[in-house]
Design a protein around this ligand. Structure first.
Ligand code: EPU
Length: 419
C-alpha cells in the first residue's frame, strides 16, 4: 500500500496547470454510449475513476482507446449490452451514469445498486423518479435496479433536490425521448453545462443547462463528435487553498475563474489576494488573516467538494470559523484526522466549529475519501514534522500527479510504497 509523506513546506511559489474536470469527464464518458460513431474526448485527466469508467464502457461493448496525451476515443457503434457488471459499479458510484444512456439507447438497463459511501448514503431515488416519469418501468430486487421502456416520452420532472447526478442521468435519458422533457430545480453546476454542450455537439437539443430549468427536445438519433472537457474547478480550488495556507504565491493556469466565485470570495474574506485573468488565477497568501464561516450548497454556492480543504485552512487562520455542510449528511470524516494533527474542531450537528491556531503537528492519518485526503495533504504542508497519509487510493481517484504538482512549487511531499 502506498503512502504520501508531507513535511512542513515554506510558502509555495510557482505555476500549477490544472487538468480536465473529473466530474465532467465521467458523465461525458457515459454519454458517449448514446453516440452512433466514434467520439474523441480531449483534456481527459489520467485518474483512477476515469480508467474505471473506461473499463465499464468496454465491458458494455464499446471500443475504448487507452488514454494518450489527454485524449481518449470511444466507439459505441457495435452492440452495447444492457447490463453493467457488479464489480465495476461497486468500484465507483459514478458508474450509475450509464443507466440513462443505456435506457435511451437499448430501452433497457440493468445495473447493480450503488452502495453507500464514506460521505453518506447517497440514494438514487431522484434518478429513478426521472426515468419513471419518462415512462420507464423500474424494478428493484436482488441488489439490482432494472429500467425498461419501449419508448421514453418527454415530460416535466421536478427534482426535490438539485442533484448533479440525477440531472445528468435524466438529461442523457431524455435526449432521444419522444417530445420535450423539462427538468425543474435542476442542478446548475458547470459540469452539467459541459455535458449539455457535448450532447448538443452529438446532435441533441438541450437548452437551459446552467440554470434551474433544462429543456430537452428529443431527437431521432445522435451522431459523433470531438469534445475538450472543462478544467477541474475543485482541483483549482485545492491549489488556491494550498497557496493561501502556506502564505505562498501561486499562478494557477487553465482555469475558468467564473466557476470559482465562492472560493475566490471566501479566500478574499480571509485576506488572500487573488488576481483573476481570462484563464488563470494568481493567488497570494502573504496577508492571510482571520477565519470565516462557510456553508456548502449546490452551485453557485460553496462546493461541498472543497469543504474539507477549506476546513484545513481554517485550522491555521485566526479565530473561529463555522463550516456547515448541507449537501451530504456525513462529510466530516476528515475532522477526526485533522484533530489527530492537533486541530481544534468540534462537530455540532451539520456544522463543525474550527478554532484556528496554526499549531498543527505531523501525524499518521488516513484519507477517508478523496477530498478528505486532499485536506490532509494541505494540513501536512503547514504541520510541524512529517504527516504520513494512508489509503491514498482515494486521492488518486481525483487528483492528477498531486505530489509532482506540489513538489514543482516547492512542497516537501513524496509517495512511498509500503512493504
Ligand atoms: N441525492 C438523493 N437522491 C438522489 C441523488 C442524490 O437524495 O437520487 C442526495 C445525495 O444523497 C446528496 C445530495 O443529494 O446528499 C447531492 O447529491 P448529488 O446527486 O448532487 O451528487 P452526485 O451526483 O452523487 C456529484 C459529484 C460529487 C459532488 C456532488 C455534489 C460526480 C461524479 N460526483 O455527486 O463529487 O460532491 O455531485 O456537488 O459528479 C467528489 O468529486 O469528491 C465528489 C464526491
Amino acid at each position: 500500500m502506498a503512502k504520501i509523506l508531507v513535511e512542513k513546506s515554506g510558502p509555495l511559489s510557482g505555476t500549477i496547470k490544472i487538468n480536465g474536470a473529473k466530474n465532467a469527464v465521467l458523465p461525458i464518458l457515459a454519454a458517449t454510449l448514446l453516440a452512433s460513431d466514434k467520439c474523441v474526448l480531449e483534456e481527459i485527466p489520467n485518474l483512477r475513476d476515469v480508467s474505471v469508467m473506461g473499463e465499464l464502457l468496454t465491458a458494455l461493448g464499446a471500443k475504448v482507446s487507452p488514454l494518450k496525451d489527454g485524449c481518449m476515443e470511444v466507439d459505441p457503434s457495435g452492440e452495447i449490452l444492457g447490463e453493467a457488471p457488479y464489480e465495476l459499479i461497486q468500484k465507483m458510484r459514478a458508474s450509475f451514469f450509464v443507466m440513462g444512456p443505456l435506457l435511451a439507447k437499448n430501452g433497457v438497463a440493468r445495473i447493480s445498486m450503488p452502495g453507500g459511501c464514506a460521505i453518506g448514503a447517497r440514494p438514487i431515488d431522484l434518478h429513478l423518479k426521472g426515468f419513471s416519469a419518462l415512462g420507464a418501468e423500474i424494478e428493484l430486487g436482488h441488489g439490482f435496479v432494472e429500467a425498461r421502456a419501449e419508448k421514453l416520452v418527454g415530460t416535466t420532472i421536478y427534482l426535490d433536490f438539485p442533484s448533479v447526478g440525477a440531472t445528468e442521468n435524466i438529461m442523457m435519458a431524455a435526449t432521444m425521448a419522444e417530445g420535450t422533457t423539462i427538468i425543474e430545480n435542476a442542478a446548475e453546476e458547470p459540469e452539467i453545462i459541459d455535458l449539455a454542450n457535448f450532447l448538443n455537439k452529438l446532435g441533441a437539443n438541450v437548452k437551459g443547462a446552467g440554470t434551474d430549468t433544462i429543456k430537452i427536445v428529443g431527437v431521432e438519433s445522435l451522431g459523433s463528435t470531438v469534445h475538450a472537457v472543462i478544467p477541474d474547478r475543485i482541483e483549482t480550488g485545492t491549489y488556491m487553498i494550498a497557496a493561501a495556507m502556506t502564505r505562498g504565491n501561486l499562478m494557477i493556469e487553465n482555469v475558468v475563474p467564473s466557476h470559482l466565485k465562492p472560493i475566490i470570495a471566501k479566500l478574499r474574506e480571509c485576506g488572500v489576494e487573488i488576481e483573476e485573468g481570462d484563464d488563470y488565477l494568481r493567488v497570494d497568501g502573504k496577508n492571510l488573516t482571520g477565519s470565516v464561516d462557510i456553508t456548502t450548497l449546490p452551485y453557485p454556492g460553496f462546493p461541498t467538494d472543497l469543504q474539507a480543504q477549506f476546513m484545513s485552512l481554517l485550522t491555521v487562520t485566526e479565530g473561529t470559523g463555522i463550516v456547515s455542510e448541507t449537501v451530504f449528511e456525513n462529510r466530516f470524516m476528515h475532522v477526526s484526522e485533522l484533530n489527530r494533527m492537533g486541530a481544534n474542531i468540534k462537530i455540532e450537528g451539520h456544522s463543525a466549529v474550527v478554532q484556528g491556531h496554526g499549531n498543527l503537528q505531523g501525524a499518521q492519518v488516513k484519507a477517508t475519501d478523496l477530498r478528505a485526503g486532499a485536506a490532509l495533504i494541505l494540513a501536512g504542508l503547514v504541520a510541524d514534522g512529517v504527516t504520513e497519509i494512508g489509503d491514498i487510493y482515494h486521492i488518486d481517484r481525483g487528483y492528477v500527479a498531486i505530489e509532482e504538482k506540489l513538489r514543482g512549487v516547492g512542497a516537501n511531499i513524496r509517495r512511498v510504497e509500503e512493504e
